[in-house]
Design a protein around this ligand. Structure first.
Ligand SMILES: [Zn+2]
Length: 90
């Protein structure tokens, strides 16, 4: 991953934060975001030998800890990969 990729990701996070998205764990509308870098990107629809970053909404009521990270990861891996490229807007 390059600095250009980091800038693209940062820009995408800022753009997404203009909108309320449902928190992936509880559904509460939020502008808070997280970025998931899967170690199995193929399971999230990435082409072979490509990586994927997933921007998701996570409201402030969830502690930022390993348990929350695992819950988010399990949720994202449970989605069909085409669900991940949708932009929910409330
Ligand atoms: Zn939440």
């Amino acid at each position: 991953m390059s600095n250009d990729d980091d800038k693209l990701t940062a820009d995408a996070v800022l753009e997404s934060a203009r909108y309320l998205w449902p928190c992936v764990l509880c559904g509460t509308p939020t502008r808070q975001r997280g970025i998931f870098l899967p170690n199995k990107p193929g399971q999230l629809g990435a082409p072979k030998n490509k990586y994927r970053r997933v921007i998701y909404a996570l409201c402030l009521q969830h502690p930022r800890n390993k348990q929350t990270a695992e819950a988010v990861e399990n949720y994202l891996y449970s989605l069909p990969s085409d669900e991940l490229i949708k932009t929910p807007r409330l």
